[in-house]
Design a binder for this molecule. Structure first.
Ligand SMILES: Nc1ncnc2c1ncn2[C@@H]1O[C@H](COP(=O)(O)OP(=O)(O)O)[C@@H](O)[C@H]1O
Ligand SMILES: [Mg+2]
Length: 361
């Protein structure tokens, strides 16, 4: 495991006036790079050939390091290159997805803006539930066995898949029938069947608040709220019910993009407290707790009850809706604040106060 001490040793060698902000070219990289540029940093993008067009057409990366696949970031020569340019990496959703939490903890010898331990918590549904529950949040019920299914459940396939292949069932029979269908369609492997997570389906609307915990100010800020635009569930309503009934397949929840939301103001007290409680609890479960961005995935019912079903312990792609500004960032900062920039701002302040070690792990 990479120790804090090792990271501090690397940091000590860094030229603090010449820090580079780096990340993988994917997910929220444009958001991160734009924010870094606006705060005066150099930027480096670890990029796959196919994606290079993004970072050429939106020229925010000062340097592009081409790789065959993202796990090459673990190689010695890239490590050296990144350290020579005093790089701090900003983890986003593709880090866990393509490098893996375990390798991030053990093999990524580059200073990271964030808490490596909590990145690992987010890959484990049980651990996530523990974190959220201990923070006092309301969670949807889960069912250990398909025979216990009561009411409508959402069946979630193992691993982070952006909702791909998830399906609904209201009984054990329906569950098995649909699971077979998912296997046939290639969304699911038979040996994964028993690892499917069955969760009470909460009827309401999806709301994803994006928070930033500043270890320097010891404060949680709400920077934006979004919802996801998911294919094909989000457009089922465009076809008549009679045609819906005849659809051969189960709809899935594949994320295509994000849509900004402003919440009714009466929901803000709870949303703000939830963020604070999650940050507070993070200090207990994995000191020093969450560093920088995190996001809760919630469903809000018509009774205005907020159910939280997941947490992301890093920047989420939903914060891309706030590039430039969002209503909540605007209320705090005026023009021009958003998650990518807020990250860079925290690093900038840390450098100025000689507190970089407090935000980099
Ligand atoms: N308990 C739930 N009730 C209603 N909808 C849900 C529930 N859990 C998940 N969803 C829907 O399924 C999508 C994917 O679920 P999620 O748990 O976020 O999976 P992933 O691990 O892929 O991020 C969500 O964005 C949401 O639309
Ligand atoms: Mg999710």
């Amino acid at each position: 495991m990479i120790t804090k001490r090792e990271i501090d040793d690397i940091l000590r060698e860094y030229q603090k006036g010449k820090i580079t902000i780096g990340t993988l070219g994917s997910h929220s990289a444009l958001n991160i790079f734009k924010g870094a540029k606006e705060e005066g940093f150099e930027t480096v993008c670890i990029c796959r050939k196919d994606d290079e067009i993004i970072y050429r057409r939106f020229p925010l990366a000062d340097e592009i390091v081409l790789v065959e696949n993202f796990s090459e970031i673990l190689c010695d020569d890239i490590h050296q290159r990144l350290r020579q340019t005093n790089t701090i990496l900003i983890p986003h959703g593709s880090f866990n997805a393509y490098i893996g939490a375990e390798k991030i903890r053990n093999e990524l010898h580059i200073p990271l803006f964030g808490n490596r331990e909590l990145l690992q918590w987010e890959t484990d549904r049980e651990k996530q539930r523990e974190w959220l529950q201990r923070a006092g949040l309301t969670l949807p019920k889960t069912f250990k066995n398909s025979n216990d299914i009561e009411g409508l459940v959402i069946a979630k396939l193992p691993g982070a898949r952006g909702g791909k292949g998830y399906f609904l069932a209201n009984s054990s029979e329906a569950f098995h029938k649909k699971a077979e269908d998912m296997i046939k369609r290639g969304h699911l492997r038979r040996e994964e069947l028993e690892n499917i997570h069955l969760q009470e389906y909460t009827l309401g609307v999806n709301v994803y608040p994006q928070y930033f915990h500043s270890p320097l100010k010891n404060e949680v800020e709400l920077l934006g709220v979004d919802k996801r635009y998911e294919s094909a569930v989000d457009n089922l309503g465009r076809i008549p019910a009679s045609e819906q009934l005849q659809l051969p397949s189960n709809p899935t929840y594949t994320v295509i993009g994000n849509i900004p939301i402003t919440l009714r103001e009466s929901l803000l007290p709870e949303i703000l407290r939830m963020g604070e409680n999650v940050a507070k609890m993070s200090k207990e479960i994995a000191p020093p707790g969450i560093i920088g961005p995190f996001c809760l995935e919630t469903v809000i019912t018509d009774e205005l009850e907020v159910f939280t079903f997941e947490i992301s312990a890093r920047i989420v792609a939903g914060s891309n809706v706030g590039i430039g500004t969002s209503p909540y960032a605007y209320l705090n900062y005026g023009e021009g604040m958003y998650m990518g920039r807020r990250i860079a701002r925290e690093i900038q302040i840390a450098i100025k106060n000689d507190e970089l070690s407090k935000v980099v792990y």
